[in-house]
Write a protein that binds this ligand. Structure first.
Ligand code: ADP
Length: 397
């Protein structure tokens, strides 16, 4: 038995979980919010206890120190040496990292070298990695990349139709994100359906604040809706998703916005929030739609319509689809979104049993249908812990 920690550092937050492996039991989980802002919040739950403390946390390095102190203080662990390994979610691995790997100085340099591709996330990930390596020098450290699962996407699907030199010299291409989640739910769906993953054509819809659709053939990602950055593809909570790129110079040259303002607008004021004018949270949109708010209804139609466009495209590219998966905050919890999506896909043989959908069953398609529609709760932290465990088992560490 060994304790393995999964770390997910965002631009101003740090999520953590410790698993007792190989049983995969979660012994503690928590979230540190508002890092670098006034009134940072430390949340942690373990056994039957829950705690929340407001404190001052300047940066991710301090957040890690406080986390380790709290773990000892509350006797979640007696000694730091009990933690055998730490897995870090890293947003962008560029083309260099096609799978998870043990963190060495060279790997840290590699992650730094692609930091400009994910300026909000990779720097936070790097600080998290470095601080853990300093404070837990005996624990194995593993980097798990959001982009890695998508490195199997073929060139015709990852290239943009820009001059080829931009790809060759500057690595401008589709990378895709949410890879750990898409990979996890695909594997889990194969288990639930009792079919070999290698034989399945899966379309996975990760619908949370960030949202992406992924085509998975034989267990490998063959296309996904996010692109060079996580701003592409579907409209999301506050992100626009893909728009005609020429709107950007029009906003700058004709309407007088600065480029920074446009970038900010596209990532924090657009998407569900921008169109509805109500909220970025689908719960608020569904309530407003229920009250007949026309912009909320429009937002729901736009979002589900875009999802269906990707599903149609991917089903056609794979020449079929055996399983359609819903995951993440919206995908797991919104019967309405699942209903609206599946209703538009009857031509593909997609069905949705109202009772099963409302109950949130794992399989919600009607009985004996070729296309299985499933709700699979994602678990990126568990995927990370499993990756660390695999490396920890290897004698070469
Ligand atoms: P993140 O991308 O931040 O990890 P999550 O996967 O946790 O996000 O998804 C968060 C979103 O899930 C919320 O913004 C909210 O819109 C949506 N959500 C959560 N519960 C429900 C629900 N019961 N009905 C509809 N949407 C929900």
């Amino acid at each position: 038995m060994q304790k393995i920690m999964a770390i997910n550092a965002g631009s101003s937050s740090l999520k953590f979980q410790i698993f007792e492996m190989p049983g995969e039991e979660v012994i503690v989980k928590g979230l540190i919010e508002r890092i670098g802002l006034p009134g940072a919040i430390f949340n942690m739950s373990f056994q039957n206890e829950k705690m929340k403390e407001v404190c001052k946390i300047e940066n991710h390095g301090e957040a890690v120190e406080i986390l380790l102190d709290q773990l000892k203080k509350h006797r979640v662990i007696k000694n730091l040496s009990e933690i055998a390994g730490v897995g870090h979610r890293v947003a962008h691995g560029g083309e260099e990292f096609v799978s998870s790997c043990i963190v060495t100085d060279e790997v840290v340099k590699g992650i730094e070298s692609v930091a400009s591709l994910a300026p909000l996330h990779n720097p936070a990930n790097i600080i998290g990695i470095k601080t853990f390596r300093d404070l837990l020098p005996d624990a194995i450290s593993v980097a798990v990349f959001d982009t890695a699962f998508h490195q199997t996407i073929p060139e015709e699907n990852f290239l943009y139709a820009l001059p080829y030199a931009l790809y060759e010299k500057h690595h401008i291409r589709k990378y895709g994100f949410h890879g750990t989640s898409h990979q996890y739910v695909a594997g889990k769906a194969a288990e639930v359906l009792d079919k070999p993953l290698e034989k399945l054509k899966i379309i996975s819809c990760h619908l949370g604040n960030g949202a992406s659709v992924c085509a998975i053939e034989g267990g490998k990602s063959v296309n996904t809706s996010m692109g060079f950055t996580p701003n592409a593809g579907l409209m999301m909570g506050t992100r626009s998703g893909t728009i005609d790129a020429t709107i950007i110079p029009y906003l700058v040259d004709e309407l007088g916005y600065s480029l920074d303002e446009v970038v900010q607008m596209m990532s924090t004021e657009s998407g569900v929030l921008g169109v509805s004018g109500i909220s970025s949270d689908f719960r608020d949109i569904e309530i407003a739609a229920g009250e007949g708010n026309s912009r909320a209804l429009l937002t729901l139609r736009m979002f589900t319509g875009q999802i269906c466009n990707y599903i149609g495209a991917y089903a056609s590219a794979m020449n079929g689809c055996d399983a359609l998966l819903f995951t993440a905050g919206v995908g797991e919890n919104s019967p309405l979104i699942r209903k609206m999506v599946t209703e538009q896909l009857s031509y593909l043989g997609v069905t949705c049993d109202v009772t099963k959908n409302n109950a949130g069953d794992m399989i919600i398609s009607e009985n004996n249908q070729a296309v299985k529609v499933c709700i699979i709760p994602t678990n990126e932290e568990l995927m990370i812990a499993r990756d660390v465990e695999n490396y920890a088992k290897q004698p070469t560490r």
